[in-house]
Write a protein that binds this ligand. Structure first.
Ligand SMILES: [Zn+2]
Length: 130
């Protein structure tokens, strides 16, 4: 178990909340304020998932940054389920709990991020190849 059950629960809650906030904003924009599908209509996350999936597969409604964020959130949730969450994709070491709590979608430890940022700066404007 790479992360503690407490951290798992906290991060999962944050990711699920971020996902709901994002999709709620998209829903409101695409469908208006229909109470049947509005953010207040759900009571449990399991009931809310099918709507979220429906929208997430309808990506023409998502702005680029929203689509990218949703992919990050889904990838993080997937890693939580598969047990790979909290492991740096660059060096394979555990990512600090505070870092995961601050940015639940993060995939690298602080050392690797700093290294990648320096590399990116040297490459003058090219995005990091993760
Ligand atoms: Zn690392």
């Amino acid at each position: 178990m790479p992360i503690s059950p407490q951290l798992h629960a906290d991060v999962e809650r944050k990711l699920t909340q971020s996902r709901e906030d994002l999709l709620g904003a998209v829903r409101a924009r695409v469908y208006g304020d229909d109470p049947a599908i509005g953010p207040g209509a759900h009571t449990a996350q399991n009931e809310d998932r099918p709507q979220a999936e429906m929208i997430s597969h309808n990506e023409e409604h998502l702005a680029d940054h929203e689509s990218a964020l949703l992919h990050e959130i889904d990838a993080a949730l997937g890693r939580l389920e598969s047990g790979g969450y909290g492991i740096c994709v660059e060096c394979g070491r555990e990512i600090a709990e505070q870092r995961l709590l601050a940015t639940p979608t993060v995939q690298t430890c602080i050392e690797c991020q700093e290294r990648l940022e320096k590399k990116q700066m040297r490459a003058t404007g090219r995005p990091p190849q993760i």
